[in-house]
Design a protein around this ligand. Structure first.
Ligand code: ATP
Length: 457
């Protein structure tokens, strides 16, 4: 986070929009909030679902070399011994003797407390895993941990997936799920929290082909963000130096994004070698090797791991989509989400609350709801309603006016260009599907027309 290049938007605007429009709230807000935990509201949950859906689609549905998985959050405690988390998942930490604030020693720029200038304690190791107890007795034998990453669930199920899917190398396992870390420094909104979600792939390859596959996944993941609308200039790979590599890693590259507070990690790609399978084989006493039909040998595959959060990409998509433009004497705030990420794909806006217009609007609403998340708004002027939809990133507004009653046509207004087209209701679903998948309606259905709007509202 060192380079002071201005990001597109400051964090306050994003936090305030998220709060105001129901994307993200502080957790347990009526009790004063719970530090570093966040609740996703009605729009946030849709955005987050869409991010996860886009990831699953690209990495599981559209590939035949990756299988999906969903491991339980609580795992056998030996898993964390084998993975190194019990030993090594520590951040050196210091406390201020005066105000008792706690900091990560490696993030401090001086040896005094940044808040009050007080004296700091010596660094202490602090394990980031949350501990709890399984069963009625709270003793050492019943300690279990909330997983700090989803990855281990896939390593310990390597043989199960191999045997049941009959996949051959190279192949991967993919998982989306919650992870928990008792982080010392949190903050920057949902960037670093103590409960978050991850989207991880463990891609198993023949040793010797790992470097090639590493480059492949780095490329794939960068392209995934770009395809979903992130400006490539806001993405930057950062190679880890030898001294910062984790104990399991042969190579790590972070995909950094230009967040409002500066460049920071969005996702990490690691070459974990055979560390995890070897460790779990040793600790469990089970064979986790792979019989290679080509060489007739048992081998332990290497693993390339693209490991993304969900919340950081959600924040990146929000920041990258945020735009303000002058529209006459107002500022138009627009979230220019890729259509597949937008919480609502369309909004139905009847120009009046009178029958029979309302019935027509409700029929259109009911029809489209079967295919997509669609909203309905009949409050205030049409101009205000457009602004409200712009601000939450709805790509299309469908207005129903009195003429619709006569010609059975509606107007589709595009969020980004503010252009409008008028088309028959019978064609609406097909046209919207085309537009949502990025096609322009080049040949308008019979009776349709296009125009550029000069004034709105
Ligand atoms: P950082 O150094 O920023 O704490 P990390 O290197 O520990 O992150 P990884 O262990 O590589 O993170 O986890 C993979 C991904 O999981 C990260 O790129 C990030 O998107 C997400 N992630 C990790 N920790 C958190 C957290 N506390 N809050 C939100 N997302 C997180």
């Amino acid at each position: 986070m060192t380079e002071k290049r201005p990001a597109k938007v400051d964090m306050e605007k994003i936090v305030s929009l998220c709060r105001r429009r129901g994307f993200i709230f502080p957790s347990s807000e009526i009790y004063g909030g719970l530090q570093s935990c966040w609740d996703y509201g009605p729009l946030g949950v849709e955005l987050k679902r869409n991010v996860k859906e886009a990831w699953w689609r690209a990495n599981v549905q559209e590939r035949d070399d990756i299988a999906g998985f969903d491991a339980s959050i609580l795992m056998h405690p030996r898993v964390w011994e084998a993975s190194g988390h019990l030993e090594g998942f520590n951040d050196p930490m210091v406390d201020c003797k005066n105000c008792h604030l706690r900091y990560r020693a490696d993030e401090l720029e001086s040896d005094r407390c940044p808040a009050c200038g007080g004296e700091l304690t010596e660094p202490r190791q602090f394990n980031l895993m949350f501990r709890t107890f399984m069963g009625p007795v709270e003793d050492d034998a019943s300690v279990v941990y909330l997983r700090p990453e989803t990855a281990q669930g896939m390593f310990v199920n390597f043989q199960n997936v191999l045997n049941t899917t009959r996949k051959r190398l190279p192949f991967g396992i993919a998982q989306i799920g919650k992870a928990f870390r008792n982080e010392i420094t949190t903050g920057n909104f949902i960037f670093r929290s103590r409960e978050f979600e991850q989207m991880e792939i463990e891609f198993f390859v023949r040793p010797g082909t790992d470097e090639k596959w590493f480059d492949y996944w780095l490329d794939e993941r960068l392209n995934w963000y770009a395809r979903l609308g992130i400006n490539k200039e806001h993405l930057r790979p950062r190679e880890h130096g030898k001294e910062e590599l984790s104990h399991y890693s042969r190579r790590t590259v972070d995909i950094n994004y230009l967040f409002p507070m500066g460049w920071a990690e969005l996702e990490g790609i690691a070459n974990r070698g055979d560390f995890d399978l070897t460790q779990h084989a040793r600790f469990s006493g089970k064979d986790l090797s792979y019989f290679d039909e080509e060489t007739k040998e048992h081998i332990v595959p290497y693993v390339i791991e693209p490991s993304a959060g969900v919340d950081r990409p959600v924040l990146a998509f929000l920041c990258d989509a945020y735009d303000e433009e002058q529209d006459k004497d107002e500022i138009r705030v627009v979230l220019r989400f890729h259509p597949s990420l937008a919480p609502y794909k369309a909004a139905i806006l009847p120009l009046s609350r009178r029958e029979p217009l309302v019935k027509m609007a409700n029929d259109v609403y009911a029809g489209l709801r079967r295919c997509w998340m669609v909203s309905y708004d009949d409050a205030q002027s049409i101009g205000r309603r457009y602004r409200r939809q712009d601000e939450i990133g709805t790509p299309f507004c469908i207005t129903i006016d009195f003429q619709s009653l006569e010609d059975n046509q509606v107007t589709i207004r595009e969020r980004d260009s503010m252009n409008q087209i008028r088309i028959p209701i019978a064609e609406l679903q097909k046209s919207l599907a085309a537009k949502l998948s990025g096609e322009d309606i080049l040949v308008l259905p019979e009776g349709g027309q296009v125009w550029k709007v000069e004034r709105e509202g």
